[in-house]
Design a protein around this ligand. Sequence first.
Ligand SMILES: Cc1ncc(COP(=O)(O)O)c(C=O)c1O
Length: 367
Amino acid sequence: MIPVFDYLRGYEQIRGEVEAALRRAIGSGHLILGPEGEAFEREFAAYVGAGHAVAVGSGTGAIVIALRALGIGRGDEVITVSHTAAATVGAVREAGATPRMVDVDHDSLLIDPGRIEERIGPRTRAILPVHLYGRPAAMQAISEIAARHGLAVVEDCAQAHGARIAGRHVGTFGAIGCFSFYPTKNLGALGDGGLCVTGDAELAERMRQLRFHGFDARRTARIEGLNSRLDELQAAVLRVKLRYLETWLSARRRIARQYLEMLSDTGLCLPQSAQGTEHAWHLFVVRCGRRARLIERLTRSGIGCGIHYPVPVHLMPAYEHLGCARGSLPVTERAAEEVLSLPMFPELAEDEVRSVCRAVVDALRGA
Ligand SMILES: Cc1ncc(COP(=O)(O)O)c(C=O)c1O
């Protein structure tokens, strides 16, 4: 059996360090908003090269807090994609704003900059690109459009810790970059967690207030906030794991290279990384016209796989009211029928990748 993801393998390698960090955090007398969280914020900000980091309760919370810190809420519109985790669109709604979803580019499956301007209207306030699967979105084109129309850019980096464009980390191009530490992510906690980075000290301060009921230092609510905080235990675990992130990213790159090489003659549509960018390979997603049969055969051979994502967000019942009808985002809708995620996690051994590839080749030959 080769699973699509297995956190226990990675955990086994750092169990001693993680458990020591947990004991330290538990014994410190602080469980929420204490020294571990502050140290993690400093270390993560330094890692991505951002001025400030504000740790929050989840990746969804990070997007909600980012939008609210920018003053975006009821009556405002935010341009984003439908080919993403439902959390991206849900967070815009939770902030009170209306998501306007645009189609993705056929090759990258990321927001198509050529489709953004037709969606900009008098109520548009921000663009929310998603660096899906770990591949950086076209930030130069997006930033130029945003500047031309006076819009903020908030980056959804939930799947892209370590992804870079010309050496610069994603999350540092827009006003705010939002990360998730959901356990499956490139940097995953042992529970929920998230974080916002920004170069703007005032925005950082507003986000600190927002995550904790809008409180100032005297616990007086200055603004209407919410509860979205990273706890000390998760921060302690994340500090340990952050030290391994670059090693794990090179393992992901090694696995991606092996897949790309071994699957090159299969006729599958393989993921690429754009020139001058570093893909963080959170997921290795191929596209296949006969996906159901491929999944059935891989499952029979004991190979785990996933679909990210089977139903575009605009077609989910909860979001039908947004008025984005079937047929309006054709590239997204087609992608949802074809994408397939192969096993991808740093501890996946070379011979396991070989087994996955052999199973894929056999399955396609018989398909
Ligand atoms: C693209 C994307 N955005 C946002 C989120 C939300 O993160 P979280 O699950 O930490 O709330 C996720 C993760 O699920 C995601 O993959």
